[in-house]
Design a protein around this ligand. Structure first.
Ligand code: GTP
Ligand code: MG
Length: 470
């Protein structure tokens, strides 16, 4: 799989199969072709007199798309070093991965295909391109692309290419952020998985990765909560489920939102998270909360102490987990020893959910982030002021593809609530309207959005959210 969104620069002589390959994998809007633009501003794709105008447009389109974090496939010969490195710099500035697709089509095949064309490139021009392509392939390796992939046959990336060129080492991949500066994590709390739970979960995770989410969070409850669904609907154990998702070829960070401290001794949660972090190469996070729903505790024989004691346990839990994740095995945080292997692969972030005064104080002191609802952002921001703790929100909007679709969804989901009230409460709107709202949250200082939708039925619904993430 290629990184997406990304800059994809095609490199190869005429007849190598660049345009054909691009058309087989990308939407036409994603492909910026110098030939096509010659056809727009000139008499046709081979109107060389129109080249300057065509490239002028091409550069503007590339810049505009990359600036918006959109996948851009540059379909030119790709043999001009200075243009190529300028596109690479533009992708870097936009925090997008940048890859080259190198077409090593045998020269004889290029010549043959060229001869078949209505307007073949003159033979000596093609010979020049073939020479330049040979020199360019060595230059590519030194230019700093996240990956230089070779195409040797129709649409096929050879086996030796990395599964996901990912640019895992580039900041863009490690820290996916929208152009508004927000990190988006898909929060999944309902599981209408039909006959095949694993297939559904896999499809949702892949769709989240493709849509550009930085991570995926699972709700942690023992019985489906009334705010989301019926008690007889499935709600899987999250750490087991995250293990399944850890095995997929995504870049998603994986964790819970939120794990109640009451469910498991904190050391056991630390163990699960460290294991997840180790097997994912550092993609685990822990959302933690005090727990609130007495019924699920009673049903599973789990003690449910009063609120004050649960918050005491939150403090102890964070200290315990950090102690077990820290290097060494010495006594710490009231533990006689902290022997915990495997070691996590990175500093696992702890996100404390809840907006109570004491919760926010604990979060500001001990957690990496506090997570609140959008209405509680001001209090959370005030509480973390002067600390390194960031603020994230759990947002549950109704997102329609357009205005019509938005209101169809409101009508379907509102139950007996007045449509306008429901629409306001759920911030019902188009992607553009949601982005306005997120822009304002980002300006106020919100760092991340855990995005949940109550009409998450399948991967198409995740894909529907992708415009929010650009
Ligand atoms: P320029 O635009 O001139 O730089 O060439 P290009 O690299 O974009 O090549 P294009 O995709 O136009 O392919 C040239 C011809 O080869 C077309 O007639 C394609 O149908 C054919 N072709 C391209 N790729 C393949 C392939 O993998 N297999 C086969 N059989 N034909 C291909
Ligand atoms: Mg072409």
């Amino acid at each position: 799989m290629l990184p997406d969104p990304a800059l994809v620069v095609l490199v190869g002589p005429s007849g190598a199969g660049k345009s054909t390959w691009a058309a087989s994998r990308y939407r036409s809007e994603e492909i910026v072709s110098s030939d096509a633009l010659r056809g727009v501003v000139g008499s046709g794709p081979s109107d060389l007199d129109a080249s300057a105008d065509a490239f002028d447009l091409l550069e503007r389109i590339v810049a505009a798309r990359l600036g918006r974090g959109l996948t851009t496939v540059v379909d030119t010969l790709g043999l001009d070093d200075s243009r190529r490195t300028a596109w690479l710099a533009a992708a870097r500035a936009a925090h997008l991965p940048a890859v080259v697709m190198r077409f090593d089509t045998p020269p004889e095949l290029c010549r043959e295909r060229n001869r078949q064309r209505d307007r073949p490139v003159p033979a000596q021009v093609l010979a020049g391109q073939l020479r330049k392509a040979g020199v360019t392939s060595t230059a590519l390796d030194l230019e700093g692309w996240d990956a230089v992939l070779r195409i040797t046959d129709w649409g096929r990336v050879p086996e030796s290419a990395p599964q996901r060129p990912l640019g895992l080492t580039t900041p863009s991949a490690a820290e996916r952020r929208s152009s508004q500066g927000l990190r988006f994590v898909l929060q999944v709390g309902r599981f209408p998985w039909g006959e095949d739970p694993a297939a559904w979960l896999t499809a949702i995770a892949r769709a989240a990765d493709d849509a550009g989410f930085a991570g995926l969070a699972l709700m942690d409850h023992l019985i489906q909560i009334p705010q989301v669904g019926r008690a007889w609907e499935p709600i899987p154990e999250p750490w087991v489920t995250l293990g399944l998702l850890a095995g997929l070829d995504t870049r998603l960070e994986l964790g819970t939102l939120v794990t109640p401290v009451t469910f498991r001794p904190p050391g056991i949660t630390a163990k699960a998270a460290a294991t997840l972090d180790a097997v994912t190469g550092g993609r685990a996070f822990v959302g933690l909360g005090a727990g609130w729903w007495e019924r699920e505790h009673a049903a599973y024989g789990v003690p449910f102490p009063p609120a004050g004691q649960r918050l005491d346990r939150v403090e102890v839990a964070i200290e315990t987990m950090r102690a077990l994740w820290a290097p060494g095995t010495k006594a710490a945080a009231e533990l006689p020893e902290t022997t915990s292997y495997p070691r996590p692969a990175h500093d696992i972030p702890i996100i404390l959910g809840g907006a109570g005064e004491r919760t926010l104080r604990i979060g500001a002191r001990l957690a990496d982030a506090v997570n609140v609802r959008t209405e509680q952002v001001d209090r959370a921001l005030a509480a973390v002021q002067g600390t390194d703790t960031t603020v994230s929100v759990l947002d549950l909007p109704i997102v329609g593809r357009d205005r019509d679709d938005t209101w169809t969804r409101v009508e379907r989901l509102r139950g007996s609530t007045k449509a306008s009230t429901y629409a306001e409460r759920t911030h019902a709107g188009t992607p553009a309207e949601q982005r306005d709202r997120y822009g304002r949250l980002a300006e106020r200082g919100v760092d991340a959005v855990f995005l949940a939708i109550s009409d998450l039925d399948g991967p198409d619904d995740v894909e529907r959210l992708s415009p929010l993430l650009t």
